[in-house]
Design a protein around this ligand. Sequence first.
Ligand code: AHM
Ligand code: MG
Length: 338
Amino acid sequence: QVAEVSETDPLTLSAWILTQQHKSVGARGRLTVLLNAIGVGCKFVSSAVRRAGLAGMMGMAGSSNVQGEDQKKLDLVANEVFKNSLRRSGQCCILVTEEEDEPIFIEEPFRGDYAVVFDPLDGSSNIDCGVSVGTIFGIYKAKNPGSGKYTLEDVMRPGTEMVAAGYCMYGSMSYMMITTGKGVAGFTLDPTLGEFVITHPNVQVPTRGPIYSINEGNAINWDVATKRYVDECKAGTHNNGKPYSLRYVGSMVADVHRTLLYGGIFMYPADKKNTKGKLRVLYECFPMAMLVEQAGGKATTGTKRSLETMPDSIHDRAPIYLGSKEEVELIEQFKKEA
Ligand code: AHM
Ligand code: MG
């Protein structure tokens, strides 16, 4: 899956986005501008994440530094960065961010035809200890482009209508995975160039993978199908008696990133306490489900394809099981049998 990077001719994210645009008949380059704005936001956040400990940005919201300036927590900084970059791109009409209760309607002259849903810094419990966090985003095209009329209905839509989605993981390196509905491409931020260069031109999630990823601390509240699946992972029932490995970072971006590359399954089920699970439909489940499907994997709520969920509010939640096709199909089968 990994491509060699040419030292003298690296394919950068911006160049790749342009080539995608050239493939779409009638494209006017607006999505290109928007995706570039997201790329810039990710670079900014990547650099902020790397400096966070030194710059005193760790968990310090509300406190002030020696100059008496207010210091912001990294997730609030990331939110401001993306809001500004998206607004300035001139391509957005509505933004939905995990950090804000209300949707943001972009005013003229900055308004455009795309609605962007995002989690600027996901995995907040991992920020202060330096473990991987990430940005997740999904993009819809407004229902009536060019009309100047934009409503909440432009974002309250199933994930099948997203035109692009992706995430950036701020880990040992910063990785960007992106789809515009024609497969998944992966980029790695070259810190010396300050550019994302293509390293995974065509990501394919393996059809099986002996890794399961779930917060097992919630096991007491799981449903029958989830319990059965995890028990069978441990027993190696579907792996010639060899038990699966458990890997759980607690940052969705990191857990999904590993699942895309190594295969296996990532689960955040509904349980007795959280009857809709934890993860947010619009800016956590949908973008990841679109990426996984575009990479040949599957994503389900347990009873239906994740992307076909209709969110009932912008911060709605849904259970999710995603990853290798055959692992997800086992869960679907167990749900039916339960
Ligand atoms: P956050 O948006 O508050 O960071 O929460 C989302 C995160 C996901 O990244 C991760 O998959 C999940 O919460 C972990 O939850 P838990 O700590 O319950 O296992
Ligand atoms: Mg989140």
